[in-house]
Ligand binder design. Structure first.
Ligand code: SAH
Ligand code: SF4
Length: 410
């Protein structure tokens, strides 16, 4: 099995400022049009020009994907210098890139400190499939919730990611996959949807996206903006453990596809596996699902169900699942449990997963079993962890962040 690992030296960026110091310039990525207009006002761009300048910036940032003001050739040198003095559009550092034998890629991104904070690291995963490519994006570093089968749940919340940091994950992936038009492409050209590598986004990386609602909303509205990154909302899926009030808001204010981390069909068991269930039990959760706007057979809610041996994988569970979801346009995604050091569960036997899938399928629900992708990278992470005891502390922390973020993409 061949695994290539490229490590990126942060030399260029580090050379720009003394090691460990924060860049005082504010990021423009993640601002909406009103935010960009305010930024332009701050550096003295007259009001009558702002609309046009915002349009130009939007195009450079989200259609052309530039990460340096100097590339914006239709903007005067004077304005570019003024922008560069106060703002940044630089990408985060790619601390590590791993490519699996099956084409899955993982990037460990290091975001600079914000204020007096520390740099944070998150992982983004790209999964190529026939006819599409899905990017698995993180919303938080760590998680406040403590789902008992999830490695992220063992890491305390470090902080929410900003809208810019959420979008940066998409921008870095598109850079690395050659998904932005290159300099030779005529001005104004947009890579047609059919030719793109990243065709779908799933908010299934680290963190609970609905506990970082405003930033996730802003990032997803920018990602789906038709004059910019142009990802259709039907190709963006937000996965939640069940933050009921924000499920209603997601439907009203964001309008992307919804995935629910269900994992159990009885409150007693779900209280244990997904403890937010104590606050928002199954009945309230399913009511919010029923009310989700725009549902139809072509626009279904995905229910994720992790297969835990002897815990939630019986045929009784499958029957109860079918009863529970009655009347909701639904697809059931069965996820083989991905063990991690110290986890107290085992993955269900393959026969149990197949029998479960077959029952649900016969009841009329699509019930794909999520194929593990990039396992070789995960295996490598597992091996590296024991090795890591001998590594520098910084390297060890980076490896741990990788292990933690690797949880959800089995
Ligand atoms: N916090 C959100 C999104 C991130 S987790 C949520 O909980 O939905 C993405 C998916 O991976 C969720 O369905 C989650 O339950 C699942 N997951 C977490 N740990 C897992 C593990 N060890 N094996 C398989 N799936 C896991
Ligand atoms: Fe947080 Fe989701 Fe993991 Fe639960 S499954 S601990 S909500 S990341």
């Amino acid at each position: 099995m061949s695994v290539s690992i490229d490590t990126f030296e942060p030399a260029r960026r580090a050379a720009l400022r003394p090691a460990g110091t924060a860049d005082a310039r504010r990021p423009l990525i993640g601002l909406d049009r009103a935010g960009l207009a305010e930024a332009l006002a701050e550096i003295g761009v007259p009001e009558r020009q702002r609309r046009m300048r915002v349009q130009q910036l939007w195009h450079w940032l989200y259609v052309r994907g530039v990460s340096d003001f100097s590339a914006m050739f239709n903007i005067s040198r004077e304005l570019r210098t003024a922008l560069d003095a106060r703002f940044t559009i630089a990408r985060p550092e790619i601390a590590e890139e791993q490519v699996s034998a099956d084409g899955t890629r993982k990037w460990l991104l290091r975001f600079p400190p914000r204020g007096a904070g520390r740099p944070v690291e998150v992982e983004t995963v790209y999964i190529p499939e026939d006819g599409r490519g899905t990017l698995c994006v993180s919303s938080q570093v760590g998680c406040t919730l403590t789902c008992s089968f999830c490695h992220t749940g063992t890491q305390k919340l470090v902080r929410n990611l900003t809208a810019g940091e959420i979008l940066d994950q998409l921008l870095v992936a598109r850079d690395r996959l050659g998904d932005f038009p290159d300099a030779a492409t005529p001005d104004g050209a947009i890579v047609p949807a059919a030719g793109r590598k990243v065709t779908n986004i799933v908010m299934m990386g680290m963190g609970e996206p609905l506990y970082n609602f405003d930033n996730v909303k802003q990032a997803l509205l920018i990602a789906s903006d038709g004059e910019g990154l142009s990802l259709s909302k039907r190709r963006i899926t937000l996965s939640t453990s069940g933050v009921v009030p924000e499920i209603y808001r997601t439907g009203e204010e964001i309008g992307v596809m919804l995935a629910i981390s269900l994992h159990a069909v009885r409150d007693e068991l779900r209280d244990e596996l997904v403890p937010i269930n104590k606050k928002y039990p199954l009945e309230a959760l399913l009511e919010a699902c029923r009310a989700y706007p725009g549902l139809s057979n072509a626009r279904r809610i995905t229910f994720e169900y992790v297969m835990l041996k002897g815990v939630n994988d019986s045929l009784d569970d499958a029957r109860a699942l079918v009863r529970l979801l009655r009347g909701i346009p639904a697809k059931i995604n069965l996820i083989p449990f991905n063990p991690w050091p110290g986890s107290r569960y085992e993955c269900s036997d393959w026969e149990a997963i197949e029998a479960f899938a077959e029952h649900v399928n016969r009841a009329g629900y699509a019930s794909p079993i999520r194929t593990p992708r990039g396992r070789d990278i995960l295996a490598a992470c597992g091996q590296l962890k024991s090795e890591s005891e001998r590594l520098r502390k910084a390297d060890r922390l980076a490896l741990e962040a990788m292990m933690i973020a690797g949880h959800g993409e089995a």
